[in-house]
Design a protein around this ligand. Structure first.
Ligand SMILES: [Zn+2]
Length: 134
């Protein structure tokens, strides 16, 4: 996993930059890398990075605005909310936010009702609450 280069490298798996020649940096990377591995197993997928999340939110908003039926709008809501969840997940992973990683439904429960409606609209928010038992 490590090369003994002097110059910093970026891990192609966890995307962390670190200096392989520095023992502290190597440990920091190993710890972070292990957290990423666990998260991927838990989610069954990679959490989306910034630009992918922005794309998902735009596509989700589009479906929320002009989806043909409630099912399509609900799919749009899930895209928007998953993007918000992935942001939360990555902030916790990077220890920029304290606390344990919530699962998706638990995360939805932390959104206040006004915020949920602001993200997905009143009609779809009702459906989301029913679906996830909020
Ligand atoms: Zn790594």
């Amino acid at each position: 996993m490590y090369d003994n280069h002097i110059s910093p490298v970026r891990c192609s798996i966890c995307d962390l930059g670190y200096a392989p020649a520095d023992a502290g940096d190597r440990r920091r990377h190993a710890t972070y890398h292990a957290r990423v591995d666990k998260l991927v197993v838990r989610l069954g997928r990679w959490p989306s990075g910034y630009s992918e999340r922005e794309r998902q939110k735009a596509e989700g908003d589009q479906l929320l605005r002009s989806g043909a039926d409630l099912a399509e709008k609900f799919r749009g809501a899930e895209m928007v909310l998953t993007a918000l969840y992935d942001r939360e997940v990555l902030l916790r992973l990077q220890r920029k936010r304290p606390g344990r990683l919530p699962d998706f439904a638990k995360f939805l429960r932390t959104l206040n009702p006004e915020d949920l409606e602001a993200h997905v609209g009143k009609e779809v928010a009702c459906h989301v609450r029913r679906q996830y038992g909020l």
